[in-house]
Design a protein around this ligand. Structure first.
Ligand code: GLA
Length: 389
């Protein structure tokens, strides 16, 4: 596939120069949802699907972008002098935002670039196609300009650009997973300190299966930012009665003891989710280390209920998928994954039940919702990298 992308690059932009090849993966989060902007823990892993990039430096300051996924848009041109978000820039606002954020950090881009992109993460599926494009851009800039920037910094720059250039107030999880992923491991990340640990995902007789609901409700970005604001207000209210920096500092008991300081029922539910979900993530990783996959699965189920009822980021289609999964013998755990309001579920399914799982849920989902779901049996891959070496 990389060969055909290089061929396409040469057809699009010409043959000359030092043409290099890169990849940044998407991610699936196993547990610890909507905790990353609340100072809590997350447990994502990088996928083997993601975004490919072919790139070459130019002699002038022009930026030329072409995406195989949006071929109808043709080549989108810009310039290093024009690193501002715009509607016409369309998907190139993501790589441009990362370039802008590098420059803000003092990394001067000494020339323009020709870039060709191809992604195999289904669009809008909540598996972090945008974060992978950001991290990919970071890796391209690091490599082509020789910038002394770590992979963690690339993740932070990606998040910064998404927050300040593209207007989504996301946390660090997606970019971190794409930059720092490791084959067969999930990343146990404390988003408050950015300390992290790789945990081998050894499920012996089970597999991780993602189901794409193929729905994306329009409120994704605005409702996401609302949740974040609600949690920030709840934190300020709690800080009047307890000495904490983030919601992730609280245990469940501490939350229950102080929750009355939060003056709205909705904000209490949001904060409750943030606190309990963080504790669930910690417990789930401990269980996995003990090879206790059953407990891990139960915590996934509890995570879904909390995201559905207290954080209210699920939707009908996703609840149908999770309910169908819960009915199947051999399903160890199942929950919504990612930002919510559509997108995907993640389930742990015993090997012997995987075929039945896909067939039965596939049929019943179509019956109830009217369109097909998509299933991916997950392979956990490495983080973003140059593919030439
Ligand atoms: C989106 C955001 C992440 C994280 C998840 C929810 O994917 O980009 O930072 O907040 O939602 O866990």
């Amino acid at each position: 596939m990389v060969e055909s992308l290089i061929k396409k690059f040469k057809e699009t932009y010409g043959e000359s120069g030092d043409i290099r090849t890169y990849f940044a993966p998407g991610r699936v989060n196993l547990i610890g949802e909507h905790t990353d902007y609340n100072g809590g823990h997350v447990f994502p892993c990088a996928l083997t699907i993601g975004t490919y990039g072919i790139a070459r430096k130019r002699e002038d300051g022009k930026l030329r972008f072409y995406s195989e996924n949006f071929s109808e848009l043709g080549i989108i041109e810009s310039d290093l002098e024009d690193l501002v978000p715009s509607k016409e820039a369309d998907w190139t606002n993501y790589p441009k935002g990362v370039m802008w954020a590098f420059e803000k950090r003092g990394f001067k881009l000494s020339s323009g670039l020709d870039i060709l992109i191809y992604g195999n993460i289904p669009n809008g599926s909540g598996l972090s196609s945008s974060a992978s494009l950001e991290v990919l851009t970071g890796v391209i800039l690091k490599d082509l300009f020789g910038f002394d920037v770590s992979m963690v910094d690339i993740a932070l720059i990606g998040q910064y650009s998404e927050n300040n250039f593209n207007g989504c107030n996301c946390g660090i999880m997606d970019q971190f997973a794409s930059a720092m992923g490791k084959k067969d491991n999930a990343i146990f990340l404390d988003t408050n300190t950015l300390e992290y640990e790789y945990a081998p995902v050894v499920l012996k007789d089970a597999k991780i299966v993602i189901i794409n609901s193929k729905v994306k409700h329009s409120l994704v970005d605005s409702a996401y930012n609302d949740r974040r604001n609600e949690c920030e207000t709840a934190l300020l209210e709690l800080q009047k009665v307890v000495d904490i920096q983030t919601l992730g500092d609280l245990t469940e008991e501490e939350y229950e003891a102080h929750k009355d300081a939060i003056k709205s029922e909705i904000r209490q539910k949001r904060a409750k989710h943030a606190v309990y979900e963080n504790q669930r993530a910690i417990k789930a990783v401990a269980a996995l280390k003990e090879n206790d996959v059953e407990t891990f699965g139960k915590l996934m189920n509890a995570s879904h209920i909390s995201l559905r009822d207290d954080y209210e980021v699920s939707c009908e289609e996703i609840d149908i998928l999770v309910d169908l999964a819960w009915e199947i013998e051999g399903v160890v755990g199942s929950r919504i994954t990612g930002g919510g309001f559509g997108g995907c579920t993640v389930s742990i399914v015993k090997n012997g039940a995987v075929d039945y799982f896909i067939e039965t849920i596939g049929e019943k989902y179509k019956e109830k919702v009217g369109h097909e779901a998509e299933f991916y049996v997950v392979d956990i891959g490495d983080g973003a990298r140059n593919l030439d070496v």
